[in-house]
Design a protein around this ligand. Sequence first.
Ligand SMILES: [Mg+2]
Length: 255
Amino acid sequence: MIGTRVNLPLEVALIDVGGTLWPNSWPLRQTDGDGRHRRVASAMRNLTPAAVEALVADLIQSSRIGDAARSVNTEHTVKIPPAEVIVATSLSRQGLPSDAETVGRIRRAMALPVADRLKPLPGAVELLANIHALGLRNVIASNTYWRDAQSYWEDFRLLGMADHVDAIVTSVDAGHLKPHPAVFEMAMRAGGAPADRCVVIGNKETNDIEPALALGMRAILVHPDDPTPVSSRAHAVAPDLWACASVLKAMLAAS
Ligand SMILES: [Mg+2]
């Protein structure tokens, strides 16, 4: 029928993390420096204690502004260099090799595990399980600073959320922050489905909903940790993650 657009069945949910599955932010702690010290030391076993000390001090100093901004909101707007640049610069300044492998190892060491300082938002684990029960795959598509997929897998395992995650793509892996399409395109490939079989679930109109619609995906705006949005171009808006599962079920029934 001319003018009628038939929705194809959904196969993959591309899911945001901060403000969607986790809170928008989590607290800095006095002990963060010690934690990073230990993690960097074990990532650079050939260094003397004094060299580890100097490297960690340099890394913490050069990333302080960004860490402080992220403790207010993970979608902060403070412009600081990417983690890869901060780490490579600190390594060079300390006279250490700054090859990609070493930079990745130090960047992951700087990503303190979050499992002891936050809980998934209410309904997050159930949402992932419900999406699987509906026959879709779950792919995480998230803006991060220190974290790549490998770091996130550890976080999700420790939070008891890994069982219902099929793949993870972060902005560190994609080399661009959302709303750049690179994160969504990489996540779509990881999910093994074209754009018109994907639904994006996220809490930010600009970072999640608009790029999803631009790529021809469906989109659900959720606000379990944000004020009720005044308006949205998303196909549906859900106040919590149980409502999100219901909306998705209705979306599948209509396609
Ligand atoms: Mg978010």
